[in-house]
Design a protein around this ligand. Structure first.
Ligand code: PPY
Length: 313
C-alpha cells in the first residue's frame, strides 16, 4: 500500500506516518504541501489536524471542510477522503542556525506556521527582531537554511515547488527561495531527525523551544473513498470517535446523547483562502461558516442528517 504525507523526509508528518504505518509493508510518498497531500492519488494519506498549544491546522481543516480546495487545476474532481485512523505524536522543537551564526544576528526564522506559533514565547524573548516566515513544512525550512551558500546571498540550490500552502489571510508561505524576506541571517524551527541529517551545516541554538514542554500533535490517517477491496482497508481504529462536517452545529443536538461533542473547529468560508491560489472550482465554497466536529462513538452515514460523515477512528 502507498501513503502520502507532508514532506520532505524528517518532517514531523514523516515521523508520524512511519509510526502509524509501523509493521505494514507501506511505501510512503512525500508531498510539498498539505493541500498536495489531499490531491494525491495514493490510497492512503496522513495529515496533521491539531496541536495542544496551537489548535487546529488551518490548511487541513480547509481541505476537510471544502474538498473543492484540492480539486485539480484541469477540472477533474477532488479526491474524496475518509478518516480511518488517528495518531498522536509528542513534538519537541529545536531552533537551529547555520554554523557560526549567532542568535542576536538572526533576521528571520522560518518554519511551518504551526511550529512558529507553538514556539512564539521563545521567539518573543530571544529574537524579537527576527521576522517569522511560514514555510510549507519544518523540514523544508531547515533544508533551505542549510542549503544557502551564504546567509547573505539570495540565491541557493533549493527549489521549492508544488504550489502555495498559505491559508490564512495574512500568511504568505515561502514557495520560492528568492523570496525577499529571506535576506540576511536565518534560523529554522525543526525536528531533531532533520538536524541529524544536516548537522554539517546547522547548529542547534536551543532544544525544546515550544511554549509548553508537553506538546502533542494529532494526525489523521485518510483513505480514498470508493476504492476497490484491494488494497485492504487499514483502519488503525479505536472506534471511539466520528468526524462530521456541518453548517449548523445546533443540529448536533439531534444526535443520540452518547455522541458527546469532543472537539469543534469553526471555519469561516471565503475569508482565509485565495481562490485563485488554490484553483477552487468555479462554484466556490458555500458561504457561511462550517464546522468540523468530532463526536464520541461511531456515527453511521444513515444517522447523518445534514452532516457529512468524514469517518471514524
Ligand atoms: O512541518 C512539519 O514538519 C509537519 O509535519 C507539520 C507540523 C508542524 C509542526 C508540528 C507538527 C506538524
Amino acid at each position: 500500500m502507498q501513503a502520502s504525507y507532508l514532506g520532505p523526509e524528517d518532517s514531523y508528518s514523516h515521523v508520524a506516518t512511519r509510526q502509524i504505518l509501523d509493521g505494514l509493508d507501506a511505501e510512503i510518498i512525500p508531498c510539498q504541501t498539505i493541500t498536495n497531500v489531499f490531491k494525491a492519488s495514493t490510497p492512503y494519506a496522513v495529515v496533521p489536524i491539531s496541536n495542544t498549544i496551537q489548535g487546529v491546522v488551518q490548511e487541513t481543516l480547509l481541505n476537510l471542510i471544502h474538498p473543492e480546495t484540492h480539486a485539480s487545476e484541469n477540472g477533474s474532481a477532488a479526491t474524496k477522503w475518509e478518516i480511518v485512523g488517528s495518531h498522536t505524536l509528542s513534538v519537541q522543537h529545536n531552533l537551529v542556525v547555520r554554523r557560526g551564526v549567532e542568535l542576536k544576528d538572526v533576521d528571520w526564522v522560518g518554519s511551518h506556521e504551526q511550529a512558529l506559533g507553538q514556539c512564539s514565547k521563545y521567539l518573543d524573548d530571544h529574537c524579537p527582531r527576527a521576522q517569522r516566515i511560514p514555510f510549507p513544512s519544518t523540514a523544508q525550512a531547515a533544508i533551505l537554511l542549510a542549503s544557502r551558500a551564504s546567509s547573505e546571498s539570495s540565491s541557493s540550490k533549493t527549489t521549492i515547488s508544488g504550489g502555495a500552502a498559505g491559508v490564512g489571510q495574512d500568511i504568505k508561505v515561502v514557495t520560492d527561495d528568492n523570496d525577499e524576506r529571506l535576506r540576511g541571517h536565518g534560523a529554522a524551527i525543526c525536528s531533531s531527525a532533520i538536524i541529524e541529517r544536516l548537522e554539517s551545516s546547522l547548529e542547534v541554538v536551543a532544544e525544546s523551544v515550544q511554549n509548553v514542554k508537553e506538546n502533542y500533535t494529532r494526525f489523521l490517517l485518510l483513505r480514498q473513498r470508493n476504492l476497490p477491496p484491494n488494497p485492504p482497508i487499514i483502519s488503525r481504529s479505536t472506534g471511539k470517535s466520528t468526524f462530521l462536517v456541518t453548517s449548523s452545529p445546533s443540529s448536533l443536538h439531534d444526535l443520540p446523547e452518547e455522541h458527546r461533542v469532543l472537539e469543534l473547529h469553526k471555519h469561516e468560508t471565503g475569508t482565509s483562502v485565495s481562490k485563485k491560489k488554490f484553483g477552487v472550482a468555479a462554484s466556490g465554497p458555500q458561504s457561511g461558516p462550517r464546522y468540523l466536529v468530532e463526536v464520541e462513538g461511531v456515527v453511521g452515514e444513515a444517522a447523518a442528517g445534514e452532516w457529512v460523515v468524514l469517518g471514524s477512528t
